[in-house]
Unconditional design. Sequence first.
Length: 212
Amino acid sequence: MFDSLPLDFLKQLAKGIAQQFGPQCEVVVHDLSSQDSDHSIVAIENGHVTHRKLGDGPSHVVLEALKGDRTQLEDHLCYLTKTRDGKILKSSTLYIRNQSGEAIGIFSINFDISNLLLLENALQGLTATEQPREKEPERITPNVNELLEELIEQSVRTVGKPVALMNKEDKIKAIQFLNQTGAFLITKSGDKISKYFGISKYTLYSYIDSKS
């Protein structure tokens, strides 16, 4: 059996996690050291998720732990499980070990994602595009002034350092990026860009034509 202090801590931890993530998050502590393996649950929060309570028996994971080499068990994180009434859970199983490395307990988290899966399926048709999802979506700006500001911000991100730290080559790279993206097609963009980068209009146009 667990020492009283570790069990009290595990109960405290279980309660904290359950409250943090809400009523869909069940947290369970199983005692593997007891001879009474039919009643392994010694702490549980939000038991309504799997309809379990204190003193209830082991899950399939617990049974596997009880019959195997308890020093060779590995934590099992972020896998899917299903309840008898059809709930889909995202589960993680962490083994509690003694000083010899033998698993003497299980700390388990089961989060009901059934409603999230329904929502995901409902939204998938609306959000699906032929464009790869990992690509940054293009921002749509309401006016050309904001568009110019966005392009200037992009040029700074392309260089990878703030204007105050840019040397001549950095500014040339930023200006040529703006030229390639069509920023100079915006009326009076040259004035704003030269002021932003702290250069004259003459220097601005020389940077546009620069081959370096």
